[in-house]
Design a protein around this ligand. Structure first.
Ligand SMILES: Nc1nc2c(ncn2[C@@H]2O[C@H](COP(=O)(O)OP(=O)(O)OP(=O)(O)O)[C@@H](O)[C@H]2O)c(=O)[nH]1
Ligand SMILES: [Mg+2]
Length: 341
């Protein structure tokens, strides 16, 4: 399925119904008073987050959302019908902003969370409200007010605790597949992963954290090379990063240089990203002939006081230590009330 994480849509809430001017007319009741009813309120546009959705794909196909107008009031003090709201369902992690002003209107982070993003107009008052002791035959009534309308820009940012960042083929998807129930595509060619995957790691009793596997980064990503930096938005909200570096003989890259390139690309995307807490993970430890790569990376990390782990997702070597470390880091970084179960 196509993964869409950015769309723009137009929303138009309904207009309020007009109030009316009417007078009571009944046999044997001369000079009946004003009885013009109020107009109903226009429908609003409401956005609601649902965990059943994982992409903004549906909204790409429907760009216009319009709620109906409230009905006008009637005679005999009849109130016009209030129009129904229109609900737009989006995945959890969707941020809605006003395209013209850039103002963030909603940041939907929980299942079922909802917010009105375009308010329907108010119904106008009928002439029944305008009778006074000196004016018993008011002809004044209010028009309904217009509903809000605007272009919105929607952006999906996955909500994960830990982001896996590495070159293509570093073993990111293999890691997420071996520590969570996620089933990403794994293959020995670059850019196997084209869209982000999420997985939940249960690590201690009922403690867990969410990991995001994103497409690989390459040198020059900030100039649009490879899949570019477009998927890095999904790690903006993570609290912890893991840099996966292939230390097997399969790679011709120098692991220390690879790490430097990764860090540089992160900084080029957003200067705040490199200040996130992180650990370096050497992958594919089971493949022979990797001692030199391993030692180089290990020494370099030690010197620069970067936490370092060596793992094999194939034999599960080093995975428990890595998971426990990351779990503890996430727990200590997380706000006390924001536990994910
Ligand atoms: N022997 C061995 N092979 C591994 C290990 N981890 C990953 N691989 C292999 O390395 C190749 C790339 O793995 P992926 O998990 O698809 O790499 P990726 O980082 O997700 O790559 P992209 O999605 O292209 O960015 C696959 O052929 C995996 O089987 C490991 O621990 N041991
Ligand atoms: Mg992958």
């Amino acid at each position: 399925m196509l993964f869409v994480d950015q769309v723009r849509i137009f929303v138009k809430a309904g207009r309020g119904g007009n109030g009316v001017c009417s007078f009571r007319r009944e046999k044997y009741v001369p000079q009946g008073g004003p009885d013009g009813g109020d107009g109903g309120n226009g429908g609003s546009i409401v956005m609601v987050a649902s965990r059943r959705l994982t992409t903004l794909l549906d909204l790409r196909y429907q760009q216009l959302y319009e709620a109906t107008a409230g009905e006008p009031g009637g005679g005999s003090n009849c109130h016009g019908r209030t129009a129904d709201d229109v609900t737009i369902t989006v995945p959890i992690g969707t941020i809605v902003s006003d395209e013209a002003t850039g103002e963030i209107l909603a940041d939907l982070t929980a299942d079922g969370q909802s917010q009105i993003i375009a308010r329907g107009g108010r119904g106008g008052r009928g002439n029944q409200h305008f009778a006074t002791s000196t004016n018993r035959v008011p002809t004044r009534f209010d028009q309904g007010t217009p509903g809000e309308e605007r272009w919105l820009s929607l952006e999906l940012k996955l909500l994960a605790d830990v982001g896996l960042v590495g070159f293509p083929n570093a073993g990111k998807s293999t890691l997420i597949a071996s520590i969570t129930a996620a089933h990403p595509k794994i293959a020995d060619y670059p850019f196997t992963t084209l869209t982000p995957n999420l997985g939940v790691v249960a690590w201690k009793d009922d403690h867990s954290f969410v990991v995001a596997d994103i497409p690989g980064l390459i040198a020059g990503a900030h100039e649009g090379k490879g899949l570019g930096l477009q998927f890095l938005r999904h790690i903006e909200r993570t609290t912890f990063l893991l840099h996966l570096i292939d230390i097997s003989e399969w790679t011709t890259e120098d692991p220390v240089a690879s790490l430097a390139i990764l860090r540089k690309e992160l900084a080029a995307y957003d200067e705040r990203l490199p200040s996130k807490p992180f650990a370096v993970v050497g992958t594919k430890l089971d493949i022979k002939g990797n001692e030199q790569h391993l030692r180089r990376l290990q020494t370099s990390c030690k010197r620069r006081k970067m936490p370092f782990f060596a793992i094999s997702a194939a034999t599960r070597e080093g995975l428990d230590a890595l998971i426990t470390y990351v779990g503890q880091q996430v727990e200590s970084l997380r706000a006390p009330c924001a536990t994910i179960s």
